[in-house]
Design a binder for this molecule. Sequence first.
Ligand code: CP
Length: 336
Amino acid sequence: MTYRGQHLLSVKDISLESIDELFRVAELMRPYATRQKMTRVLQGAVLGNMFFEPSTRTRVSFGSAFNLLGGEVRETTGLSNSALAKGESLYDTAQVLSGYSDVIVMRHPAAHSVSEFAEGSRVPVINGGDGPNEHPTQALLDLFTIKNELARLGQNIQQLSLTLLGDLKYGRTVHSLCHLLSLYHGLKIQLISPDALKLPTAYVDMLSNAGHQIEIGSDLEKGLSQANIIYQTRIQEERFSSEEEAARYKGYFRLNKKIYSEHCLPDAVIMHPLPRDSRNNANELDNDLNEEPGLAIFRQTDNGVLVRMALFACILGVKDQLSKYESEVNWQVGLK
Ligand code: CP
């Protein structure tokens, strides 16, 4: 895809070339995202940020990314606060909202709902997560983080040994990431989950067909031992048929400082799409790892802003005009 004037609904639409271009533009965003400079390249543009399912990172980082480019954000949160609760169709909602916006980001609990919405939209629509189906921009920022973290260790993507850990059955971020990893060849991928939460066969086949070396198991310590990148996930309790069923798997894998220092490679990178479940019965990624240099979870969330800024700049056709609308930052940045 070329991005300009296009929807981003699925990772299946993305080629390796378009990923490389997006990541090149994302790097250009670093001075603006870290407040060394500002740009008003999207002054006057409006983002419709429509979140019909809970979100912290995706909603706020999309909004921040648009603001950092000089644009305005209008948003709605929760199905019950929208006219969808009165029976309005996704098509009608899209017709209306696309009259108010230059680009729309949407999250919705139903699979394929964002594509249905896009059919009624007169402006580009970005999928911010459609139920258990896809989360394309999370996969992009995850891949961006994997490449950056490997580079920090003096390695490249062909040296990736990735352990995907936790709820691989329902985790849409894992499914979307598998699609992007299938664009590469010959990587090492370990799939570690409880038996009942294995990665669906279609994704395993996709990874195998790309020529990756796949290991499947449920032994945490073995799964961690060969990884230079560990990608931990949350048990997706909202996708289970009952709370009791989800509770069976909460806390099944707990990654903490002791396990990390005893079983992981030195410098192994820990990623997580977040939120991590820090409640006592889960505690899947312990706070005692917070000071570990390998814990990349907040570098990962920061990268989300860069990648989402790049997407807006590419979709709205301003990626080559950033510096033309640039100015100095005149406030104190960060803590003194
Ligand atoms: N990773 C992610 O999608 O987080 P939110 O649910 O907070 O948006």
